[in-house]
Design a protein around this ligand. Structure first.
Ligand code: KG4
Ligand code: ZN
Length: 358
């Protein structure tokens, strides 16, 4: 089955052609990073206009690179949510029109489930139960996945997402956007034991995460030690590198520590670490070390599939399609779409094939 995946939830317009959920024939991504850079973050209105410009040529390019025609496509999978409303609507409306015109099925995909399926390529098939840490600019969750397609959130951030914390700290240090790769680069030349940031603890005993306190601790440290943002283009001082390394170690410690604690309790067969922050090599190394301690395989997407892409959307869509689950033309963008279908399970909803509690 050939699935055309379409992703436009944030600042990447992406299209991909994937065979049987595991073989990428093409994956094309138009990033808007340069356009949003001067503002230090994504400007929603600019993002949706850019998606509108790019969606048609990006889909055409994905078909050309896959050497298939539109008439070879069996189904379309499109990101339905969560994300920015204007951005999501561009992809959803485009995908619905195309599916209607071609008379083929369409399936709306949860973007976070897409990240879970980004490990479907270049890894052995996932063995369930699995535990999936999804860390990106917009989300930080750990999901227990007892069987394919069933999700329960077992840890979530109470405030900022991990990627958001990287981006905000980089902005405070005057380092540019997106912050994750820049901080990772600086951290390589820094000493992570220089500054001991206390790990944010959630007082109600749940294994949840919190990064906004850490961000404030970085701001306080900068203030108390007279650290000023790096001048544009200048080589950052050693103390900024140490700060980057210490901040990164604190984020990774919280993420991997929580994953390991939950894995010890829930005894999964596979660990999954995905989302934009999974590009971070220090996070990969820490997760792999934890996997070794637990004697569990850890699956990561390759780096180009860690950040937003449409191949992962096609893979997640394929999993639904092979179960006969499709969306109809009433499907629309859902900015707060959640991925959790195990809590308070309602058999009526399950029978009606409503997979997500909205
Ligand atoms: O998954 P993604 O492309 O978009 C969302 O769904 O949010 O993730 C983007 C996020 C940004 O916050 C970016 O700073 C972060 O991933 N990121 C990283 C690294 N590369 C990207 N964070 C830490 N280290 C990296 N190497
Ligand atoms: Zn994402």
């Amino acid at each position: 089955m050939l699935v055309l995946g379409i992703e436009s939830s944030c600042d990447e317009t992406a299209a991909a052609v994937v065979r049987d959920g595991r073989e990428i024939l093409s994956s094309v991504i138009a990033s808007q990073i340069e356009m949003h850079k001067p503002w230090g973050g994504v400007v929603p209105e600019l993002a949706s206009r850019e998606h509108l410009e790019k969606i048609e040529p990006i889909v055409a390019e994905a078909l050309t690179r896959a050497a298939v025609s539109l008439y070879n496509i069996d189904a379309i999978a499109v990101t339905q949510g969560p994300g920015l409303i204007g951005s999501l609507l561009v992809g959803v409306c485009y995908a619905k029109s195309m599916a209607y015109a071609l008379g083929i099925p369409i399936v709306g995909v949860n973007h976070i489930e897409g990240h879970v399926y980004s490990v479907a390529f270049e890894n052995p098939p996932v063995e369930y139960p699995a535990l999936a840490l999804i860390v990106s600019g917009g989300h930080t969750n750990i999901f227990h996945v007892p069987t394919e397609g069933s999700y329960k959130v077992v840890s979530r951030t109470r405030d900022d997402a991990a990627g958001e914390a990287f981006d905000k700290v980089a902005k405070m240090l005057g380092l540019g956007y997106p912050g994750g790769p820049i901080i990772e680069g600086l951290a390589k030349g820094g000493d992570m034991s220089k500054i001991k940031f206390t790990k944010a603890k959630i007082s109600d005993g749940r294994p949840d995460l919190s990064f906004s306190g850490l961000k404030t601790a970085v701001a306080r440290y900068m203030h108390e030690n007279d650290i000023t943002p790096s001048p544009n283009g200048g080589e950052p001082e050693q103390e900024i590198k140490d700060l980057a390394a210490s901040f990164q170690a604190s984020v990774i410690g919280a993420l991997v520590g929580t994953l390991e604690k939950l894995a010890t309790e829930l005894r999964p067969k596979t660990l999954i670490v995905a989302g934009g922050v999974a590009c971070n090599q220090a996070l990969r190394t820490a997760a792999e070390t934890a996997g070794k301690r637990l004697s569990l395989p850890v699956y990561f997407p390759s780096k180009h599939l860690s950040t937003d892409n449409a191949a992962m959307i096609a893979a997640a869509g394929y999993a639904h399609l092979k179960n006969g689950e499709t969306s109809d033309m009433r499907m629309t963008a859902d900015i707060t779409m959640r991925l959790q279908n195990l809590e308070n399970e309602d058999s009526q909803l399950r029978k009606q094939n409503v997979r997500y509690r909205l």
